[in-house]
Design a protein around this ligand. Structure first.
Ligand code: AKG
Ligand code: FE2
Length: 314
């Protein structure tokens, strides 16, 4: 496989600037070709996002010992803090050069899905953290539902087809910090992997380093305009569409030597189905040319199988 980085780019689509049908069409084409789409004018409040960046930076600047107070033993990294060097891409030999914080969906006490969605932790050192990231979680939920409505239209489904399946989905907002890298650092910031969930909406990729693997086997850089979302198909949507929409390998490479002192921050929202939803290939995606690839599985069972593979669950 070639390691050359080609100048090819995933096109930028304006969510506000296109009609619902045109957006669905352009999104579907981008997802089929790249498993990725770059979406501007997504409606998320830029001031809220700016506050989120400031608070994420403040949290990661805390001493290690303070951050480690928010590790959740046995929690499979699903809430609170995961320390530098814990996660490893499936099949990789080096652990990733990153630390992160996870915010999940807040459910009322006694909710039937509480076993799947434990309460969040909030760092008491950082004022406003809970308020800002709860609001950002809600904003990602809204943006994600709009994107999935486009996916539904593209697949010939009713525009609201996903709504009831994601309303209380086990989605996760991840605040990522890739610290400065030493000149001789082994490995890369995040090894090549595919995301487990339905779709991922990512802020912060304008910082550089994110690359995706094209169908022809070349790595290309994701280069969104400032503030745009980089959105990718995860394994669950790939499975639901019988691989018509591909879950594409991506990675975060180390910066060139002269930029290695610069940390990188990003914010992916892993949009999940509700745990009991059965992921079963859509009939319109199973054809003579593309026979059924994988059997049905619930979102819950699939997630836990995958968490074991990436070192977050024993
Ligand atoms: O930080 C990035 O740009 C990508 C992060 C990512 O792919 C992930 O956390 O799954
Ligand atoms: Fe990813």
């Amino acid at each position: 496989m070639s390691q050359t980085i080609l100048p090819e780019q995933v096109p930028v689509l304006s969510l506000a600037g296109l009609s619902a049908d045109d957006f669905a069409d352009a999104l579907g084409r981008s997802f089929r070709e790249y498993g990725f789409a770059v979406v501007s004018d997504h409606g998320m409040d830029p001031d809220l996002i700016a506050r989120g960046w400031a608070l994420a930076k403040a949290f990661f600047a805390l001493p290690d010992e303070a951050k480690r107070a928010y590790l959740v033993p046995g929690g499979a990294g699903q809430r609170g803090y995961t320390a530098f060097g814990t996660e490893i891409a499936k099949g990789a030999s080096e652990n990733d050069l990153k630390e992160f914080w996870h915010v999940g969906r807040e459910l009322p006490a006694g909710h039937p899905l509480a076993a799947d969605m434990p309460p969040n932790l909030w760092p008491s050192e950082i004022e406003g953290f809970q308020e800002v990231f709860s609001s950002l979680f809600a904003a990602f939920d809204v943006a994600g539902a709009k994107i999935l409505s486009g996916v539904a239209r593209h697949l010939g489904l009713p525009a609201d087809w996903f709504d009831a399946k994601i309303d209380e989905g086990n989605s996760i907002l991840r605040l990522l910090h890739y610290p400065p890298v030493s000149a001789d650092a082994p490995g890369i910031r995040a090894g090549a992997h595919e995301d487990i969930n339905l779709i991922t909406l990512l802020l912060g990729a304008e910082e550089g380093g994110l690359q995706l693997l094209t169908k022809s086997g070349n790595w290309i850089a994701a280069t969104p305009p400032p503030g745009a979302l980089v959105i990718n198909v995860g394994d669950m949507l790939q499975r639901l569409t019988n691989h018509v929409l591909p879950s594409t390998s991506h990675r975060v490479v180390n910066p060139p030597v002269e930029r290695r002192h610069i940390p990188r921050y990003s914010m992916p929202f892993f949009l999940h189905l509700e745990p009991d939803v059965l992921i079963e290939a859509l009939p319109q995606c199973v054809t003579a040319d593309n026979p059924l690839r994988e059997p049905p599985i619930t979102a819950h069972d699939y997630l836990h199988q995958r968490l074991r593979e990436i070192g977050l669950k024993m």
